[in-house]
Design a protein around this ligand. Sequence first.
Ligand code: FAD
Length: 446
Amino acid sequence: MRLIIRGVFWFGLYLTLILFPLVAGVVFFGSQQAASPLVYLAIAVGYIALALMATELALVSRFGGVAGAFGLDSLLQFHRQIGIMSMAFAIAHPVLLLADRAYTIRYFIPSADTPWPVTTGPVAFLMATLVVGLSVYRRQLRISYGVWHVTHGLLSIALIGFAGAHVLGIGRFAALPVMRVLWIVYLLFFVGMFLRYRFFRPLSLLHRPWEIVENRAEHGQSHTLVLRPVGHEGFRFEPGQFAWIGFGRSPFAADQHPISFSSNGDIPSHDGTIAFTIKQLGDWSRDVVPHVEPGTRAWVDGPHGVFTIDREEGAGYCLIGGGVGITPLYAMLQALETRVDPRPVFMFHAANDYDDLTFREELAEMAERMPMLTLVTVLLNPPEGWDGETGFVTADMLSRYLPPTLYRRFQYFICGPGPLMDAMEKTLPAIGVPRDRVHTERFDMV
Ligand SMILES: Cc1cc2nc3c(=O)[nH]c(=O)nc-3n(C[C@H](O)[C@H](O)[C@H](O)COP(=O)(O)OP(=O)(O)OC[C@H]3O[C@@H](n4cnc5c(N)ncnc54)[C@H](O)[C@@H]3O)c2cc1C
């Protein structure tokens, strides 16, 4: 219930931030700004586009309260969809102005004698096109995450700067003193968000360094890094949560990556160590992680995330993990074991090959120790003599293991490759599991 109230509060605040300039513009509008209805509409959609873009950073700046209410992956999805939607408003702005015969296409093509407030409009529009286009087509354009991330940040700042100059310089509603104050407050809000994200957040990590104490190879081309807190006690986390980690002398320079905890957050070991298990997938995970030496300084921003058994009550759990997606689920199982949780747990552990089964020995030993745990290992390409399940996790396979009278009241946690999660999001409701009991964590959400 508390989460719902928090969600309603933050969403209400968000809507207020988006719509307030419009309401204020209408309330304080004077006859000296009179214009045609089409121009009013154009100004309104322009305002909404700018307000949506200016608040985009707030959605992804790792605000504990907001992320806690919605989940970071939902916020990132929302950020992405709002970015695309704001583009639709931004396109509607010049289209409506053109539809009003008072404006011609000449206004939108900057030239030497175009007034600067007018020129900044098309420039902001170009920036917005680049920000949205590069984000939507990043993979097709084969732009690495790192390059995209830096470019996205710089272009977004430029976009807000040009769009803000356009609004303030053009006049109209913005000429009203109340609107000027309002836009300056919005720009300050954006700058504040940026400073919080880029400066204050790393600054807060500076006093909480970590150190690598072990780096061990795992099945499935993965490495487990064990970290210990240096000069502080570390933190507790809920099983299934994740943190941003980076290495290097300073958190300001560190290239940070979101990684789920693969250790037991419930009862941290006496020295506060935590562990992450990382699969070799790209530049950082392949070229940096396997070579990180014990003694290396690390920075951990967390815990984050709502993909955790601690927030979902159920008659039991069904965990479905593919590839390295096993990491948060392994943390959940460790917590359930230390809590001596009496409820049934079904773990479907899927991989392409036997060698890809990260934590296979640990899970098998756990199944021996935990009478409530049923471990089902599923291989796409099983080795000769394999007596486990083969192929993909299907409705039929789930039905063969899950208790028929109880499974609808379980909570389902799925983490793995996109196709596995897409399939489970369809399969589980199709066999009668309520949608709100199906929880997914997408590792490639950006
Ligand atoms: C909530 C969450 C938990 C995760 N947990 C694990 C885990 O336990 N083990 C594991 O191996 N992987 C995990 N990942 C994925 C991991 O973050 C990426 O595989 C890793 O960052 C890849 O970086 P790279 O430079 O090696 O590869 P790249 O080829 O550069 O990136 C591969 C993909 O990873 C994502 N990515 C890369 N860098 C970042 C970043 N800084 N921030 C956000 N996304 C990024 C992008 O979608 C990118 O397309 C998790 C991801 C998320 C979102």
